[in-house]
Ligand binder design. Structure first.
Ligand SMILES: [Zn+2]
Length: 457
């Protein structure tokens, strides 16, 4: 039996379709998990099995988060890691993360996803690259299923520890054969290549400074033999560039190309220090970038040249990055920071509010190599969010309610529909008990800090 859902009388529907239509007094008609019609109310069915009145709301495609480390939500604001750059920050955190357990990965993924969903995100990638104790990628996949989020689970890995010249301590690295075998098992068990897939697997060695050249190359071969995407960190800050030049005698972009890590099925996080050659290479090959402005500011990594990347045709999406370097997971807030940071770097017209929303929707979809999310039009997945306009942060901004979403105080959704299912209704998550999620998360965060020998307040 088909189930229909009508979102009606929206103040404005932001479609992100080819014409970037914004439809006043619009609506969206959904059949099961797919959008059937989008348009002015006069052209739509007037009722459905379920009806949501959006007369006080902006309606837009669910936002897409292209880079995260959800387990890091357990280690927000760790005192020793509050004020360092990337390599210092990592060196302070690795020993704590070595005490992670499967239960902690599951709990922190639920927390991070709750925060993302409430801030407008409906699809997220998560880059889990550390597997101490009993941790498995399944711990995060199960959390995504419980909460009902569209999920790209990236099987990360580290294999070059300090004794071999890498950055991470030896106790958190894995053997390369085991990494590849586990990644293949995960693809064969969980990857859904179909349209409207809720669950995909990504092959994702952590970074050039924590895995070998062989693992980078073999990962690319494995991913391509199964038609799955590739993801890693690249050219994040100047130390990262120096490491690449010293170890590989190449820039990060040259190294990525040498390892087979360019193409429409590849996306790299950060790329703050991507050079001219790298930008042209990424544009030519359709290699994607996950831009993470809050993390880049937090670690003082620099300002990624997003305008230049886009001018060269580089697909760019947004990422909140892990909650140890953000320390929020607010997707709409990240779009706001993207707009503001580009202006700091390149002038007041460097990014508009609508361009920031485009990065957060269409841009993210392209980076994740999907054509079924990121816009509201017939045939697209029913991933839709509603923001209520008559709240304090938007008061006085209703001349342009769409731009207000980005310019004003980052807001929470009133409704979120993911794959046709109402996951947030009237601001309340329907699929998990949020106070219990937070309580369990805080208990495990304290347990993790105690296991690592630091004394929480
Ligand atoms: Zn990251």
């Amino acid at each position: 039996m088909t189930k229909t859902l009508l979102i009606k009388n929206a103040r404005v529907v932001v479609t992100m379709d080819e014409q970037r239509r914004e439809i006043a007094d619009g609506g969206v008609f959904i059949r099961d998990n797919v959008i059937a019609q989008v348009g002015p109310m006069a052209e739509l069915p007037q009722t459905a099995d379920e009806v949501i009145d959006a007369s006080r709301h902006v309606v837009l495609p669910g936002l897409v988060n292209t880079h995260h480390h959800m387990y890091q939500s357990l280690t927000r604001v760790i005192p020793a890691a509050q004020n360092g750059e990337l390599f210092d920050w990592l060196t302070n955190l690795y020993p704590i993360w070595s005490h992670l357990t499967a239960e902690m990965v599951h709990a922190s993924t639920l927390t991070a996803m709750s925060e993302l969903i409430l801030s407008g995100c409906t699809t997220s990638s998560d880059h889990l690259y550390i597997y101490p104790n009993d941790c498995r990628l399944e711990d995060s996949i199960e959390a995504a299923r419980e909460i009902g989020m569209r999920f790209h689970a990236a099987r990360g890995a580290m294999s070059v520890g300090q004794s071999k010249g890498g950055l991470p301590p030896d106790c958190v690295v894995e053997e390369e054969g085991a990494i590849l075998r586990d990644t293949q098992r995960l693809i064969e068990t969980y990857h859904d290549a179909g349209r409207y897939a809720m669950q995909r697997i990504v092959v994702a060695p952590c970074s050039p400074f924590s895995v070998s050249r062989d693992l980078m190359k073999e990962s690319a071969a494995l991913a391509r033999s199964h038609g799955v995407s590739l993801h890693t960190h690249l050219a994040e800050n100047l130390n990262d560039i120096a490491y690449s030049r010293e170890k590989f005698k190449m820039t990060p972009a040259q190294y990525a190309e040498d390892c087979g890590w360019v193409g429409h099925d590849v996306w790299h996080a950060h790329c703050v220090q991507l050079d001219e050659h790298g930008i042209q290479l990424f544009g030519r090959t359709g290699t994607g970038v996950a831009h993470c402005p809050c993390s880049n500011m937090r670690l003082a990594s620099g300002i990624a040249p997003i305008g230049k990347m886009r001018a060269h045709g580089v697909p760019v999406g947004l990422g909140v990055d892990g909650c140890a370097s953000n320390d929020a997971g607010h997707m709409l807030g990240e779009a706001r920071q993207a707009m503001l940071l580009q202006r700091v770097g390149f002038g007041p017209d460097a990014m508009t509010a609508r361009q920031a929303l485009e990065l957060a929707t269409l841009g993210g979809a392209k980076v994740l190599n999907r054509d079924d999310i990121g816009a509201l039009k017939p045939g697209m997945a029913a991933d839709i969010v509603l923001f209520q306009l008559d709240q304090i942060g938007f008061a006085g901004a209703l001349h342009d309610p769409v731009a207000a979403l980005v310019f004003c105080t980052p807001s929470h959704v009133s409704h979120s529909i993911i794959n046709g299912k109402v996951v947030v209704r009237d601001g309340q998550l329907q699929t998990v008990d949020l106070p219990l999620v937070i309580e369990r998360h805080n208990r495990l965060a304290r347990q993790l800090a105690l296991a690592a020998g630091s004394r929480p307040a």
